[in-house]
Design a protein around this ligand. Structure first.
Ligand SMILES: NC(=O)c1ccc[n+]([C@@H]2O[C@H](COP(=O)([O-])OP(=O)(O)OC[C@H]3O[C@@H](n4cnc5c(N)ncnc54)[C@H](OP(=O)(O)O)[C@@H]3O)[C@@H](O)[C@H]2O)c1
Length: 233
């Protein structure tokens, strides 16, 4: 059987389950201490994945911020930052966005088959564009990433990506940070959309850890028997 990376889903949400508000600006849910924890998690991964909407909306760098963590990675023979990965059906991504323009690391775009040609024309100079099928299948993408050497993958949203990894039963761990605020606007993105989730009333997920970090709380869920196995960088 083809192998897939240890896949960790990471996100912050409001008390009412939103990843953001409905405005143009990104809503900051986390706090400084928790962002530092996320940086540590990033530094322990081979690759970080976000959906294309998150790139368009948030314009994230997805780099390891702390110099000491980058040095540690380099001392282990790794690139200073994890590989960046995204998924798109249409390929409508700006090659000058921070995702592509920052960090001297490989960027991989899994693109739906019918948009591969135009996406290669647009992003081929700044990323490796891979035909991911139509739509891109997250389990197959995981197998392809494993074949490229990715052993630990961190998925940082948005909700569309979390939904697919969860419903495909392709996540090992969920790190969910709950921020002490409500969004109260159904136009905003939720943690997940509709779907048949493997964890439900008949099969509850295992709550592995609860930690208060300042004014937020981190919940760690074990979603597979692989949970906690040492596959960190
Ligand atoms: N709080 C947090 O931790 C956090 C983290 C990240 C993001 N966010 C928020 O989440 C929101 C974005 O979430 P979202 O759910 O709307 O979008 P998303 O998951 O970031 O991206 C969705 C897009 O990814 C592509 N895609 C996803 N699955 C695909 C598949 N199987 N095949 C082909 N393409 C696929 C499509 O791109 P194309 O449209 O290009 O075809 C789709 O429109 C933003 O508001 C952002 O601020 C919050």
């Amino acid at each position: 059987m083809a192998e897939r990376p240890y896949t960790l889903l990471s996100c912050g949400m409001s008390i009412d389950g939103y990843l953001d508000n409905a405005s143009e600006d990104r809503l900051l849910l986390s706090n400084t201490r928790d962002l530092d924890r996320v940086d540590e998690e990033r530094a322990a991964c081979d690759a970080i994945l976000v959906g294309a909407t998150t790139i368009r909306h948030d314009n994230p760098r997805l780099l390891v911020k702390a110099a000491s963590r980058r040095r540690r990675r380099v001392s282990l023979g790794l690139p200073p930052h994890p590989v960046k990965v995204t998924v798109t059906a249409h390929g409508d991504l700006d090659p000058c966005s921070r995702f592509f323009a920052t960090g001297d690391v490989e960027k991989i775009v899994y693109c739906a088959s019918d948009a591969v040609r135009r996406t290669r024309a647009r992003l081929g100079q700044v990323a490796t564009v891979v035909d991911g099928g139509r739509p891109v299948d997250v389990r197959r993408m995981g197998e392809d990433l494993h074949a490229r050497g990715v052993r630990r993958l961190m998925v940082e949203g948005g909700g569309t990506m979390h939904t697919q990894f969860l419903t495909a039963d392709a996540a090992v761990e969920l790190q969910l940070v709950v921020a002490p605020l409500f969004v109260g606007d159904s136009r905003a993105s939720r943690l997940v959309g509709d779907g048949a989730f493997p964890f439900n009333a008949d099969r509850r997920a295992e709550l592995a850890d609860v930690r208060q970090i300042g004014d937020v709380v981190l919940l760690r869920y074990a979603l597979s028997e692989r949970f906690g196995r040492s596959e960190a960088v």
